[in-house]
Ligand binder design. Structure first.
Ligand code: TRH
Length: 373
């Protein structure tokens, strides 16, 4: 049937975001839009860390409605799909491109771009770019936070499930002396040891969950080389750090939903923290020439556009200090940021509701494709 076969391409640059985003999208296209999806990926082992049922060395496997294959194998693919999604400009094999160019009806080809809140995104989203040396056209799909952009990945039923989980947690109730729950999924950050000191010496008990392998240099320094293994924890003063093994994306989502404050990074966990509708701190992927600072500020502008003072200043001060890896500034901004929690919680809910009123990324792609095929 026309338009039903999609190929999603993914090359792992580093970390988990490239694979994580492509995997969410591939699954959603397969399960919610009943498409035949093949995900071509160069490092299944990376994806297997967040989807443990996958076998790293298998050249072909089927899981959760998606066929997974080694990216290089696409050069020898027998037939072409209707639609190609190239993840983050990862490049398609030459022979695959040759076959596309030679085809009487080449697949519709999207490049899925990195997420940014910068204002120029709306103007370039959806533009077609003809390839200079081949009779092929590629469309740029820019995820974003506006109706004019390519939207954000949001699975059907995600928010209902989140609300159910939150209601269940509320029904169980929490002891008055329950610690503040923090999830810390960030990049290496020189400011972290000072912040951990402040948490350990503060008035409030804090239970901080850290995915295994995250911020190891800072933790190593802070714990004098004694970082606990996954599944173990360490307490210093009022702060307990609990190391957590990597889990599936669904379990990671649930962790964010039941936390009081989420530190997230990169792209996918950043989006999931917004769906979690809880106060959060975002550390963008560090880039050359401080390009990530522009991204940070662009997002802050959007996210805080209708956030009143003093929460606005408190949030900006802490996010900027954390991202500058300035331990002294983060420590001094912390008490006010923490005091703004309730206001930021309400704000996070309003923001998530607003984003949920926009079309989701997969639905937008499918609709765009159906119009052109
Ligand atoms: O891992 P990241 O730092 O990925 C980054 C960014 O995408 C960045 O933009 C990109 O340039 C770079 O990769 C190459 O952070 P991100 O984007 O949050 O991706 C993490 C993924 O891992 C996300 O899909 C959530 C998932 N995850 C789990 O599924 N289980 C876990 O336990 C944890 C900690 C993460």
């Amino acid at each position: 049937m026309n338009g039903r076969r999609w190929d999603v391409f993914c090359r792992v640059v580093d970390n988990y975001g490239d694979a994580g985003v492509a995997w969410r999208l591939a699954r959603q296209l397969a399960t919610e839009h009943a498409l035949g999806v093949t995900m071509w990926i160069d490092r299944v082992a990376t994806l297997a860390r967040i989807e443990p049922a996958l076998v790293p060395d298998l050249p072909l496997q089927r899981h959760r409605g998606v066929t997974l294959r080694q990216l290089d194998g696409a050069a020898d693919a027998d037939d072409l799909p209707d639609v190609v999604v190239e993840g983050f400009g990862c490049g398609l094999p030459e022979r695959y491109l040759d076959a596309m160019a030679a085809s009487a009806r080449p697949p519709l080809w999207f490049n899925l771009e990195y997420l940014s809140a910068e204002p120029w995104v709306d103007a370039v989203h959806g533009l077609a770019s003809p390839l200079p040396r081949r009779a092929l056209t590629r469309y740029f799909w820019f995820p974003g936070f506006t109706a004019r952009s390519g939207g954000l990945i949001r699975e059907a039923g995600l928010l209902a499930e989140r609300d159910r989980a939150m209601r269940d947690a509320q029904a169980v109730g929490r002891a008055a002396a329950a610690p503040l729950r923090i999830v810390l999924f960030c990049y290496p950050n020189r400011g972290l040891p000072a912040l951990l000191d402040a948490w350990a010496e503060g008035d409030e008990a804090i239970a901080c969950t850290v995915p295994e392998g995250v911020a190891t240099a800072a933790l190593d320094r802070w714990l004098h080389g004694d970082v606990p293994h996954a599944g173990q924890s360490v307490t210093q003063g009022r702060l307990t750090l609990a190391m957590r093994p990597f889990s599936t994306q669904e379990d990671f989502d649930r962790l964010l939903w039941t936390s009081d404050l989420n530190f997230v990074r990169g792209e996918d966990s950043f989006v999931r923290a917004q769906w979690a509708a809880r106060p959060f701190v975002w550390q963008p992927y560090p880039q050359d020439e401080n390009a990530h600072v522009l991204k940070l500020e662009a997002f802050l502008d959007r996210y805080t556009a209708d956030l009143p003072e003093p929460g606005l200043a408190d949030l900006r001060a802490f996010w900027r200090a954390f991202n500058a890896e300035d331990g002294a500034a983060a420590t001094s901004a912390w008490p006010r940021f923490r005091a703004a929690s309730e206001e930021l919680r309400r704000h996070g809910r309003r923001w998530a509701d607003h984003l949920a009123s926009l079309p989701d990324l997969a639905a937008g792609l499918v609709e765009f494709a159906l119009r052109r095929l």
